[in-house]
Design a protein around this ligand. Sequence first.
Ligand code: SAH
Length: 247
Amino acid sequence: MGIGPGSPGQLTGRAREVLEQAEYIIGNDTYLDQLGPLIAGKKVITSSMGKEVERARRSIELAREAPVAMVSGGDAGIYGMAGIVLEILEHEGFDIPWEVVPGITASQAAASILGSPLSGDFATISLSDLLTPLEVIERRLHAAFSMGVPVVLYNPKSRGRPHNFALAMEIAGAYRSPSTPIGIVRNACREGEEAVITTLGEVAAVEERVDMHTTVIVGGEETRIWRNGEDVKGIITPRGYHRKYVY
Ligand code: SAH
């Protein structure tokens, strides 16, 4: 199940129901901390980042006996735990009932803070090379930026891969102008929320704002920064109404 970006107000109604019905709650400790009283009285099993396969196996073992909620941040099916749980279920051939509970993903949460940068088509790429080789990520970045649509970068930077973000910006620069809007949102829709709006030409100056709690949205060919005088209000990608209507 996806629990959204991290504050209880962003949980879906179905996610709340599933938490209530579960006997076991299993997940990464940072995500479980955010659920607080919602999981009081449950059998809670925490595990650390990087132990996903073990966690998925454990959840399946437990689910043969009792209802289990396997918690993922954001949406469970977007760079989350749903895939590995279902892969193991498929492989083991156990016939146990399962449900993927969707949640608000980081691209939606970050976009909502910035305004409406993803009004039409967009692409998402994760810069984490833990499970995907860097050459493959580079190839996908070229393909995504060449489409001219906004590109959302998940896992933009961590201590283990500090250079992937700069590399992504270099590839973006091959397809987009320096005035392309960029939104950097840290801790979207949860405690510690911060947002920076800049441009591709100036992003290097705020690179230290990018970390593993951040989602970065690089605007597409039509994306613009909404300004009121000197004031920056947000980022807008027009959906295309201006091509059809006068307003
Ligand atoms: N399943 C999650 C994504 C997990 S990958 C989802 O659907 O959102 C982890 C990456 O997601 C982080 O490195 C960051 O890029 C992004 N992320 C998750 N929650 C976020 C939040 N509240 N604010 C900003 N970025 C977030």
